[in-house]
Every structure is written in structure tokens, then in C-alpha cells.
Ligand binder design. Structure first.
Ligand code: PMP
Length: 419
């Protein structure tokens, strides 16, 4: 049997980090978010769909920089113009011409939107979107789906400290439940600024939920009835469902759209897009950041968009994802497991049936990490243009072994404690 990966250097680095960085590694990269002690914590390099950790282990990767690397790591079509500009200058006091070109490009692609405001990350884009909705309507309440992720700002993150007060006027509802949403609109009549929604519900620690028929129409109807804004947070799904915005695929008609992640194949840039109706409010709102006009990410985004249009990335990533999903379901069945694969094919997530604490997922993904496949036990996965059938085959070969090992390790137990 091939030697299994060890994570000694990762562990040593983490021990050092714990002394000088609160929590060692924060947020969704923290050891507790995967499987403590059985996953790599630090990566050193990546190419295509393969990443390398601080112990020198190589993995077929299914996180793609949490979705950003849609063309694969180190793609020269994006990196070459970005590096050339980096040598000429990145942060140049004033924006470069590429900022204008990118805004023009995006309003062409996302054709229901008329303008773009660029940020460094997704959180700033969603926060700006809800702020503009509040300013324009003069109303305070923002409605979002329970368990949805719109960023790490206090209004939408899991930080729940009453003293921060940022959540005072945020209310949640069950994704896809029209009755619950209607009840909130009745209760908060005259006070709702916006509903913010992802194109489908990419819940963490749970199966993904596609929008029920009529859901987006109901959201539109309710927003119209109150003069509230409908913000589509397309930061995670963008460009894996459509080059023209995921709202098209799920039949939604938003007033504002946020994007980020795969927009520039890993370079830091996010965007809030809106319609003419909101243009004046956006123009008068103070928006800036020292690094927000750095030139390199704009060039990277232009190159990434051009390549995505040229290559039909959407169909490739969905084809690869479908092969992966189908293969996992049958590999699981060979070991006697009923496997759920949910979410769009290009952004899948796998769970074991009757495993609500994802204990089996944790065991499975830890065993896959030991064999050189980087999956996540609690967060959806991503496919990239760099994934080829041979990578999927190699993944499935390892998955067959891993499923059998999970059966031996956990026996017939259905669920267990959260690690
Ligand atoms: N919205 C969604 C749907 C996301 O998935 C994310 C990031 N996971 C964000 C917003 C926040 O983006 P960022 O991490 O770039 O701030």
C-alpha cells in the first residue's frame, strides 16, 4: 500500500502560529473546520488542479482556493499579463485603464446591470449592497436565508455578540420557504430595505438546496410590493453556472448582483453591480480602500473573463463535476453506503445518508487527504477547467479505498459526535 501522507510540518507551523496569531489560523481555514490533526494546514504551491502542502504532499484539489481558481492554479493566460503589470506597477495612486475596461466588460456580460463598483473581496461587495439599499429606501431591515454566507462582516457572519448591534436589523428565514418570507414582509411592513440571496442555498455542514420552483418570482413579487431591493449574491456560484450571471440560470431578476472569487482566477477583486435606478445613490456613497484600485487584479479579471468565454468553462466544469458525483455515488454503494451528492455539478457537496453530524464525511475526507485528494468535509467543493477525466478517475480510485476504510473504521454506526 502507498505510504499515507503525514502532516508534521503543518502541525509544527500551527503550533508556532498559535503563539503569535489568535486562533493560529482563523475562519474557514482553521483546523477545526476540516478534521484536526488529519488535514494539512499550510500549502506552499499549486499548479492546475494540484496543490502541495508544507510537508511536500501533493493533492488533487477540489477546493480551488474556495472557488476562486476556476481556470486552475497558475494559469499563464491570467498570470502572464498580471505579472507583466506587476513589474510595471500595481498600486499607482489612481486606477488604471483596466478598471474602466472591466466595468464595460461586466455590464456587457451581466446585461441586466448598468454599473460596477469594485472591491477587494466579497464581504465588501455584499456590505456595500445592503448599505445602498438602506440609504436609498431609508429603511433598516435586511432579510437573508438562515445559514447563508454573505461574508465575514458582523451583519452577516456567525459573530453573534449583542453589543456589536450589527445584527439588530437583520432577520432570517428558511431558504425557499415563501410563507415564512411573506410573514416577515407582513411583520416588518414599511421597514424592509432588501432581501439578499445566493442563487441556490450553499449551506455549510449540510446538503445544498436548489431553489424551489417559483421561489425567485415570489422574492421579486414581495420586494416589489414593499419597494425593497433584491440582491443576488453570486460570489460563490459565479461563472460556474453561467458567464452571464447565475441569476439567469435560476430564473431570478435581481436589482443588484455581487461577484468575486472566480472573477479573476485567484486575484483579489470583488464587485457590486447595480442598475441605473441606484446609480445616483451609489455615486454619492463614500466608497474606497487603499488597495482597491490596484491594477493587477483588474487585468487578471479581464484575462480570466476572456479565457472563460473562449473555452466554454461552464460546460467543462459541470461535465467533470457530474463524473465525480456519479463516481462517488457508485463507489460509496460498493462499500454499502447511500451517498448524497447535492448542488450544481460544478459546485458539488457529498454527504453520507443518515449522517447529520457529518462524522462519516470527516472520516472519509481525512482518509482522502491521507491518500492525496483534498476534499472538504463541511464545505461545498469546486471543479476547475484544469480538472481532467484522468484526475477524476484517480480521485474515484482513491475514493473506493477510502469508503471501504470508513466502513472498517466506523462499522455500521450511522452517526457520531462532531469532531
Ligand atoms: N458571499 C458568498 C456567497 C460567499 O461564498 C462568500 C465567500 N465564501 C462571500 C460572500 C464573502 O466573500 P469574501 O470571502 O471574498 O469576503
Amino acid at each position: 500500500m502507498k505510504k499515507e501522507n503525514r502532516f508534521d510540518n503543518s502541525q509544527n507551523l500551527y503550533d508556532r502560529a498559535a503563539e503569535v496569531i489568535p486562533g493560529g489560523i482563523y475562519g474557514s481555514k482553521s483546523p477545526g473546520f476540516t478534521v484536526p490533526g488529519r488535514f494539512p494546514y499550510y500549502f506552499t504551491e499549486a499548479s492546475g488542479c494540484r496543490v502541495k502542502d508544507a510537508d511536500g504532499n501533493e493533492y488533487i484539489d477540489y477546493l480551488c482556493g474556495f472557488g476562486s481558481m476556476i481556470l486552475g492554479f497558475g494559469n499563464p493566460v491570467v498570470d502572464d499579463p498580471a505579472i507583466a503589470q506587476l513589474r510595471k506597477g500595481d498600486l499607482l495612486n489612481q486606477p488604471g485603464p483596466s478598471m474602466v475596461e472591466l466595468a464595460e466588460k461586466l455590464t456587457g456580460l451581466i446585461d441586466v446591470m448598468d454599473w460596477s463598483v469594485f472591491t477587494k473581496n466579497g464581504t465588501d461587495a455584499t456590505t456595500l449592497g445592503i448599505s445602498l439599499a438602506r440609504v436609498k429606501t431609508g429603511k433598516p431591515y435586511i432579510l437573508m436565508a438562515r445559514g447563508a454566507y454573505h461574508g465575514s462582516a458582523n451583519w452577516c457572519s456567525s459573530n453573534n455578540y449583542p453589543v456589536l448591534r450589527d445584527k439588530d436589523e437583520i432577520r432570517t428565514f428558511t431558504y425557499g420557504n415563501v410563507v415564512e418570507l411573506e410573514e416577515l414582509f407582513i411583520e416588518l411592513k414599511g421597514q424592509i430595505a432588501a432581501v439578499i440571496l445566493t442563487p441556490y442555498h450553499h449551506a455549510t455542514w449540510a446538503d445544498q438546496v436548489m431553489p424551489p420552483i417559483g421561489w425567485h418570482d415570489a422574492v421579486r413579487r414581495l420586494c416589489d410590493s414593499e419597494g425593497a431591493y433584491f440582491i443576488m449574491d453570486d460570489i460563490r456560484a459565479n461563472f460556474r453556472l453561467s458567464i452571464n450571471g447565475s441569476h439567469r440560470v435560476v430564473g431570478a431578476s435581481p436589482d443588484m448582483v455581487t461577484m468575486g472569487k472566480s472573477l479573476a482566477n485567484g486575484y483579489p477583486i470583488g464587485v457590486l453591480m447595480g442598475t441605473d435606478e441606484m446609480r445616483k445613490t451609489a455615486s454619492g456613497f463614500f466608497i474606497t480602500g487603499t488597495f482597491w484600485t490596484s491594477t493587477v487584479p483588474y487585468l487578471a479579471a479581464l484575462a480570466c473573463l476572456a479565457e472563460m468565454e473562449k473555452l466554454d468553462v461552464v460546460s467543462h466544469v459541470n461535465t467533470m463535476g457530474k463524473l465525480l458525483k456519479e463516481g462517488l455515488i457508485s463507489a460509496g454503494a460498493e462499500a454499502g453506503y447511500d451517498i448524497n451528492c447535492t448542488g450544481p455539478d460544478a459546485i458539488p457537496f457529498m454527504t453520507f445518508a443518515d449522517d447529520p453530524d457529518l462524522w462519516h464525511n470527516q472520516e472519509f475526507s481525512a482518509r482522502m487527504a491521507a491518500k492525496g485528494v483534498y476534499l472538504h468535509p463541511h464545505h461545498n467543493w469546486f471543479l476547475s477547467y484544469a480538472h481532467q477525466e484522468a484526475d477524476i478517475d484517480e480521485t474515484l480510485e482513491k475514493a473506493r479505498e477510502a469508503f471501504k476504510e470508513v466502513r472498517v473504521a466506523l462499522g455500521d454506526q450511522d452517526k457520531g459526535p462532531v469532531l
